[in-house]
Design a protein around this ligand. Structure first.
Ligand SMILES: Nc1ncnc2c1ncn2[C@@H]1O[C@H](COP(=O)(O)OP(=O)(O)O)[C@@H](O)[C@H]1O
Ligand SMILES: N[C@@H](CCOP(=O)(O)O)C(=O)O
Length: 316
């Protein structure tokens, strides 16, 4: 569930009257997602998504995200395009929160990966990286090694033995990954999505039809984004690494942007870093989300298992 803020019809009508999007027909809160409140809005001109940004987002960073999505959409990437209101602004306030209206993307996310889907995701990711080249403003990755260390320092076991064991092992692994992490200019950098999980990619008639949820996007190693996808897409049943899916993902990516030798060499470390990043945010939420909260906590051990896999390999 993720509708943290309720909206009344008159609020919605008032908000939509600022845009040239027709008259409200209906709106409904969207249960999926965990960060912000999203509403599917239907007007006489079509469907839109209204997002209210909740507390995790820093309002001063929103223009960077909106600028990136606008830029990518202009470059032909199927991503939500912020709708500009009559006064020329796309970012406004609604119900006391920053709010935007974006274009609706057709399609649905998959229940399970396939090699064909992985190849398309790889290709789509490389297109996104290429399209991002023209967007020059940078946003540092808050969930890079420095951020991981800081996040880890705030994870406590609360007397739970399983969590204590996870924390102990993570401490050692984190220190090793941080030591091996490439320096800033070692690999090609650019705008990355940084959360291209299955729920953020839509397919329609077997074809990738859209990419959503750019609110972890940032400027970092391009190959790190690929490492995130290898983690998110290439473990069957959350457990078994599928080499054939990984090969398909890499093949799709390299059809558009071949990796450099340095990127190939660093992929295992980048994959360990990606496992660590999701292990840590999940662990943090695991220990800090109050019992009875409406959000479903995601399993950090699923990323410990992925980390174990990438610690053992010399090539992905
Ligand atoms: N532009 C869009 N087009 C169609 N559906 C969307 C769009 N943006 C969001 N959604 C729907 O809203 C859900 C939650 O969006 P998401 O961006 O993942 O939220 P959160 O940032 O809170 O995790 C998605 O799973 C999808 O169903
Ligand atoms: N992909 C992350 C969680 C982020 O959730 P999203 O709904 O914003 O995609 C994870 O799986 O840990």
């Amino acid at each position: 569930m993720a509708v943290y803020t309720e909206l009344h019809e008159e609020d919605m009508r008032g908000f939509l009257s600022l845009y040239e999007v027709g008259e409200l027909r209906s709106f409904i809160g969207i249960a999926e997602g965990i960060e912000n409140s999203n509403f599917l809005v239907e007007t006489t001109q079509g469907r839109f998504i209204l997002t209210l940004f909740e507390k995790r987002m820093k309002p001063e960073e929103l223009p960077w995200f909106l600028g990136l999505m606008t830029h990518l959409a202009e470059q032909g990437i199927a991503c939500p395009q912020p709708i500009v209101a009559k006064d020329g602004a796309s970012l406004r306030q609604l119900a006391g929160r920053p709010a935007i209206l974006v274009s609706f993307l057709e399609g649905r996310s998959l229940e399970a990966a396939t090699p064909q889907a992985c190849e398309q995701v790889g290709r789509g990711l490389a297109h996104l990286h290429e399209a991002g080249r023209g967007y020059k403003a940078e946003r540092a990755n808050a969930l890079a090694p420095e951020g991981w260390v800081e996040l880890f320092s705030r994870c406590t076991d609360g007397g739970d033995q399983a969590v204590a064991a996870l924390i102990a092992e993570t401490r050692t692994a984190l220190s090793s990954i941080v030591k091996s992490w490439p320096v800033a200019d070692a690999l090609p950098r650019g705008q990355i999505h940084a959360d291209l999980f299955m729920d953020n990619v839509f397919f329609r008639d077997g074809q990738l039809s859209g990419v959503i949820d750019f609110y972890f996007a940032c400027t970092d190693f391009l190959a790190y984004d690929l490492a995130i996808c290898l983690n998110a897409w290439c473990f069957e049943d959350e457990r078994h690494y599928r080499q054939d899916w990984a090969e398909a993902l890499l093949r799709g990516y390299e059809q558009v942007r071949p990796l450099t030798a340095a990127e190939h060499k660093m992929l295992p470390v980048l994959c360990q870093g990606a496992s660590m990043r999701f292990l840590l945010t999940r662990l943090y939420d695991w220990v800090h989300t109050p019992a009875g909260a409406l959000v479903t906590k995601k399993d950090p051990w699923a990323y410990q298992r992925r980390l174990h896999h990438f610690q053992k390999v010399s090539d992905v």
